[in-house]
Design a protein around this ligand. Structure first.
Ligand code: ADP
Ligand code: G6P
Length: 457
């Protein structure tokens, strides 16, 4: 069996305290089972880049990490990855910044990663690159003579062509993708946009799962990521988790709890969510002193001003709504900026009558799947899910909403909180079946097999 080399910007770091995001959580689970090597940035900075690799074993996963220079981190990570590509890929061209230094930093760091990486790759290895930070790395590896099969998985959406062309040098970036053998997307919608771009901007042709541009062919597929279901279920059955859930039920007394768990990111629609909750409170007097929203949102990417702006805006909104609606013995929103352990998270999800997951745009959204996995099948809560999350493609039995429309979300909250047990169980059963079947191991096996079996033409 060939060895698996997984590459991503972030290698899972042991930080029970912060939200690592879906990529790290999922790859950690996938590699723990499959073995292999995980290569990426250590998260640390060093005065001068050396390319020297440190091997570490993190939670049973063998990792190889390199340090980056402060300028690399600024231009590549805070710059091109998080100020240019992230907003653009989430349809926010109004927030995207196009500085040439970001683009050159991005290319430089991709080259820097490729240096030590190509030395580690052995002829039989399967190489799997993850996410928007590292799009051009396969072309760098090819320049070093790497002949192995290389797959790329995009965890975010792929934007429509009309938005993508606002990126300077967009053609150059997309052409580098033809150094891969396989490209994986979370949903058919993102794949369609990619194919549209190739056909309309690069003069490419599509034949079944294969796309050809300038004589270079690759396989482009949909392969939705899942959660580590068994592990998550086990966490929700631990004594610590069950006890905490019970304590929360008592602390909440007769309150029905709605939960939101997100990195503090503008793509998650948190402002719109609080707005919708306010609309719900305005329209439903009976919810006063009866319902509470617990929103957990640890700071993410704090070096980027737009992220600090979201934080400030949410502080202001939570304070204002609480000020307007709270009673001396009831506060409608509990807004928490820290991360929680897996056990604690499962307890939080389980205690919530509603999981409120309303991103404005999201590649997948694993929180939606975790919420379903954590429910008590005999008395499950209801998932209210944005139709603009990749997860909506698989989770049609959730209450699907338009997160931009506060009255629609308010109606869904009311419906969820008053839904009869029979309907709750029925919806939950259908959702659970998918979350259990299409889990993170299914995703990893399927995608790796697609890389191994891709016809290289
Ligand atoms: P993204 O990858 O954009 O952050 P996802 O919903 O796909 O969004 O994945 C988020 C992951 O991070 C989930 O596994 C979730 O449990 C975890 N996470 C998010 N917020 C927190 C938090 N406050 N504490 C602990 N884990 C969190
Ligand atoms: C999303 C991205 C990941 C990223 C994660 C956390 O899940 O798709 O690539 O790792 O967010 O963001 P961060 O910038 O902290 O790594």
């Amino acid at each position: 069996m060939s060895r698996l080399i997984v590459v991503s910007n972030r290698v899972s770091l042991p930080s029970p305290d912060g939200a690592q995001g879906g990529l790290a959580v999922a790859l950690q689970a996938a590699l723990r089972e499959a073995g292999g090597l995980w290569f990426g940035w250590s998260g640390r900075e060093i005065d001068t880049f050396t390319g020297s690799v440190r091997f570490e074993e993190i939670d049973g996963v063998r990792s190889a990490v390199v340090d980056l220079e402060p300028q690399d981190v600024e231009e590549y990570y805070n710059g091109f990855a998080n100020r240019t590509l992230w907003p653009l890929f989430h349809y926010r061209i109004d927030l995207a910044q196009y500085n040439r230094s970001f683009g050159s930093g991005y290319e430089r760091v991709n080259k820097r990663f490729a240096e030590p990486l190509h030395v580690m790759i052995e002829p039989d290895d399967t190489v799997w690159i993850n996410d928007y930070h590292l799009i051009p790395i396969a072309s760098q590896l090819r320049e070093h003579g790497v002949k192995n099969r290389i797959g790329f998985f995009l965890h975010t959406p792929w934007p429509p062509t009309r938005l993508l062309v606002s990126l300077p040098y967009h053609e150059r970036l997309v052409r580098t993708m033809f150094a891969y053998d396989v490209l994986g997307f979370q949903t058919g919608e993102w794949l369609e946009s990619f194919l549209h771009y190739c056909q309309n901007e690069l003069g490419g042709t599509v034949d079944g799962e294969y796309v050809t541009v300038d004589g270079k062919r690759l396989r482009a597929v949909v392969c939705p990521i899942g959660i580590d279901f068994k592990n998550f279920l086990a966490a929700s059955n631990t004594k610590a988790s069950v006890d905490l859930a019970e304590r929360m039920r008592i602390s909440l007394r007769q309150l029905s709890m709605i939960v939101g768990v997100d990195r503090l990111d503008y793509s998650k629609g948190l402002e719109e969510r609080l707005n919708s909750f306010e609309t719900y409170l305005k329209r439903h007097e009976e919810a006063h002193r009866a319902v509470v929203l617990i929103q957990v949102a640890p700071q993410s990417r704090g070096q980027v001003e737009q992220y600090r702006n979201v934080r400030d805006k949410l502080n202001e909104m939570a304070g204002r709504i609480n000020g307007a609606f709270a009673e001396v013995d009831w506060t409608p929103i509990r807004y928490v900026n820290r991360g929680y352990s897996r056990d604690e998270l499962t307890a939080l999800y389980r205690a919530a009558r509603v999981g409120l997951v309303t991103p404005l745009r999201d590649g997948m959204n694993l929180v939606a799947k975790e919420y379903i996995a954590a429910q008590d099948p005999d008395d499950p809560g209801v998932l209210v899910l944005s139709r603009f999350a990749g997860a909506a493609a698989q989770m049609q039995d959730a209450l699907l909403v338009n997160p931009y429309a506060p009255e629609e979300v308010a109606d869904a909250l009311h419906r969820a909180l008053t839904m009869p047990l029979g309907e709750r169980k029925q919806r939950h059963r259908a959702l659970l079946e998918g979350v259990e079947r299409e889990d993170v191991h299914w995703w990893r096996e399927r995608f790796v097999t697609m890389i191994e079996e891709a016809d290289r033409g």
